[in-house]
Design a protein around this ligand. Structure first.
Ligand code: BEZ
Ligand code: FE
Length: 302
């Protein structure tokens, strides 16, 4: 192991040896683990954790602060709020895990973080249907195709879509029973889809808990770049969890959970009031937007 110490904190060779000996003994304590993967993960975790403690020369007061932070993170977590995932998100660990598990395959669409606001059993909408169900926001016509990496259309692919309303809230954050700004639909025989959603707007991740405190203490913003969530699945293809982002959004470079991929930034074309809608919908005097998102699924899955 490389011994790195904070500049200005001289550490004797004997001390370094004492520290390395502790690490060695903890690593050896897992040598008898019957599950090789569990052994690998835990020994690697110990190696990195000890290297961190030694590199920053962690003080006992800092250790206390860390334990207290994690305790508060646990206390605020329940079946509705998952502060540990939020912590993983703002440390980029969620996005790094997504990257490790979604190695680029040909021109398959890139994945990004799942986020905490997906809900099972969303309402089904028909092609051209509207997922807003009364949620506030500018109407947005979304259309595209689902193909495999050979360019073959995927009929019957299930597309789950969910997003925040123009006030920056998902339906689940209102604390009532509403279901809005979420739905699923299926691609048609040519692998095409189209629906009405809402033009995405920026919103903060929940920041009234310990993770919000961490962001504030470090001068970081809780804001997420504007986005629309997708989860797309089809037999024998890898399920894709992703978003599309709005080109020109000033938050693209500072997304609080590091979810932005260049390939997922799309042009949302603004349509002035009176512009005829693609499906003949009467939008009165409202402006609307439109975006195209062609989805390519990698091989794999069940
Ligand atoms: C979201 O996209 O909704 C989200 C993602 C990560 C953390 C919090 C929110
Ligand atoms: Fe989101």
């Amino acid at each position: 192991m490389t011994d790195v110490t904070t500049p200005g904190t001289p550490v004797s060779a004997a001390q370094l040896e004492r520290e390395a000996d502790i690490t060695r003994r903890v690593l050896e304590s897992f040598d008898g683990c019957a599950d090789p993967r569990l052994r690998q993960v835990l020994q690697s975790l110990v190696r990195h954790l000890h290297a961190f403690v030694r590199e920053v020369r962690l003080t006992e007061r800092e250790w206390d602060t860390g334990i207290e932070f994690l305790t508060r993170t646990g206390h605020i977590t329940d079946e509705r709020r998952q502060e540990f995932i939020l912590l993983s998100d703002v440390l980029g660990a969620s996005m790094q895990t997504v990257a490790v598990n979604n190695e680029a395959y040909g021109d398959a669409t890139e994945a990004t973080v799942f986020g905490p606001f997906f809900v099972e059993n969303s309402p089904e909408i028909a092609q051209g249907g509207d997922l807003s169900f009364g949620a506030a926001g500018q109407p947005c016509w979304v259309e595209g195709t689902v193909t495999d990496t050979a360019g073959k259309p995927v009929p019957g692919a299930r597309i789950e879509v969910w997003e925040a309303d123009e006030d920056g809230f998902y339906d689940t954050q209102y604390g009532d029973e509403r279901v809005a700004a979420r739905a699923h639909l299926f691609t048609d025989a040519e692998g095409r889809y189209r629906f009405w959603g809402l033009t995405p707007t920026p919103y903060p991740i929940p920041h009234d808990g310990p993770v919000g405190g961490l962001l504030e203490a470090t001068g970081r913003s809780p804001m997420r770049a504007s986005h629309l969530h997708f989860m797309v699945s089809a037999p024998a293809l890898r399920t894709l969890v992703t978003h599309i982002f709005v080109s020109g959004d000033e938050l693209l470079d500072s997304d609080s959970v590091f979810g932005v991929r260049e390939s997922l930034v799309k042009d949302f074309h603004e349509q002035p009031p009176g512009t005829p809608a693609p499906d003949g919908r009467d939008l009165g005097d409202r402006s609307w937007s439109r975006v195209r998102f062609d989805i390519v699924l990698a091989p794999g899955g069940s």
